[in-house]
Design a protein around this ligand. Structure first.
Ligand code: FDA
Length: 389
């Protein structure tokens, strides 16, 4: 087919645009992805030995308070009533996270009321009161006091960034949530759950429309196929959700990212840690956390003899690594402004998604921003000839 619209990337951003363009406007859409599978980083599959659904690019928990996004995603999947909770190991003891009254009372071996706990943390945070913290370490102490900061934030953050928090900019954190009650739900959103039949079933349903053709193992920059950059730009409108620096051949320099190495292991026990995510808050272990995916779906009939776990190691991405979290240094921000100017000048190409905008986006944000782009730019272009910019 000859496409009316070419979309680079089959993640949630690209597929939301594809689905809307096909369903709402009857357009013929070609979606390219250089990976062998659809769905971008939300892709999941069954682990071979256990049949347990694993999220190939890190744990993905769906949550949103956006009514439009919630209505939209429910057209493609139902959701389980999974509620995300996280625990953390510090000095051989397990604590409830994010820091809440249970964490505080266990840590200080106390029986504090919410008011007493608040007064205690304020007193401890007072150590650096009135100063202007110049690094993440001082900022952390100023926000929640030294004892809790050093137990739960300092080493974990150090491992995430592979850098001593004293050498990290204070601006990485603006607040550290502390709850003065026993609520240990990880997310505060109105809606939360996991797709009942898994992410891949949800994602495939989004691409089901007969006007949508998905071409896997197809790189936009490889000119051996008919929808490559050279052939398409200027002829067919493009929605590009790959890395913005790559699009412009890194002309303004590379944007920096953190990546994660996953060490996956099948264990001969039915249940390794009793919950889906356990953080390791100290620096005596190199990994940041262990994910045990079977606990994402307690309602499923998984076998009881084996389980699968994934240990996560965080580091700066090098060329060829998966880019996961924007590092966002001052140099990155400067480069990004230049790339934004270049992107704005690129006729009939729109940049979106987490790689195209160099922004960490949760799934609901990627979907929400794709719906907005569709309403504000794509529909007006195809219905009334508005320029695509
Ligand atoms: P996404 O990265 O998914 O898709 C982009 C696609 O473009 C990829 O498939 C890529 O192969 C393709 N592509 C790039 N260059 C190309 C080229 N040249 N040619 C062809 N194809 C190309 N969110 C959330 O709500 N809850 C959560 O718990 C988590 N957890 C989480 C963990 C980790 C480790 C990360 C990194 C991210 C999350 N997220 C998350 C965020 C979630 O992954 C994110 O919202 C979506 O991936 C965004 O979808 P996009 O379509 O923008 O990008």
């Amino acid at each position: 087919m000859t496409a009316d619209l070419v979309i680079v990337g089959s993640g949630f951003f690209g597929l939301t645009i594809a689905e809307q363009a096909a369903t709402e406007l009857g357009l013929k859409v070609v979606v390219l992805d250089r990976r062998h599978h659809i769905g971008g980083n939300a892709y999941s599959e069954k682990e071979e030995q256990t049949g347990i659904e694993v999220h190939r690019y890190g744990a993905h928990l769906f949550h949103t308070s956006n009514e439009r996004v919630w209505d939209y995603v429910n057209r493609f999947t139902t959701f389980t009533n999974y509620v995300h909770k996280v625990y953390g190991v510090h000095k051989g003891e397990v604590f409830s996270l994010p820091i809440n009254l249970a964490t505080i009372n266990q840590f200080f071996r106390a029986n504090l009321t919410p008011g007493q706990a608040k007064a205690l943390i304020q007193e401890q945070a007072g150590e650096l009161a009135g100063t202007d913290p110049q690094n993440l370490n001082d900022k952390g102490i100023q926000l929640i006091g030294r004892p809790l900061y050093e137990a739960f934030i300092k080493h974990y953050t150090g491992k995430q960034w592979q850098t001593d928090p004293k050498d990290l900019p204070a601006g990485i954190i603006s607040r550290l949530p502390v709850r003065y009650n026993y609520d240990n739900r990880y997310f505060n959103d109105k809606y939360e759950g996991l797709p009942t039949n898994g992410y891949t079933a949800w994602i495939e349903k989004m691409a089901e429309h007969p006007n949508i053709e998905v071409r896997l193992n197809t790189d936009f920059f490889d000119d051996s196929h008919e929808y490559s950059k050279d052939k398409v730009v200027g002829n067919i409108p493009v929605i590009y959700t790959g890395p913005v620096d790559r699009y412009f051949d890194f002309a303004e320099g590379d944007l920096s990212w953190r990546t994660i190495d996953f060490e996956e292991e099948v264990l001969d026990v039915g249940d390794f840690q009793g919950t889906s995510v356990v953080n390791y808050n100290d620096d005596d272990v190199a990994f940041t956390r262990i994910i045990e995916p079977r606990h994402f779906h307690p309602e499923r009939d998984y076998q009881n003899e084996k389980t699968v776990v994934m240990r996560e190691f965080s580091r700066a991405a090098e060329k060829g690594d998966e880019p996961y979290y924007p590092i966002n240094t001052a140099a990155d921000r400067e480069r990004l402004l230049k790339y934004r100017d270049l992107a704005a000048a690129e006729k009939d190409v729109l940049f979106g998604g987490r790689l195209g905008t160099y922004k960490y986006l949760d799934m609901h944000m990627a979907i929400g921003s794709a719906l907005t782009m569709f309403d504000n730019k794509i529909r007006p272009h195809f219905e009334s000839g508005a320029t695509l910019e």
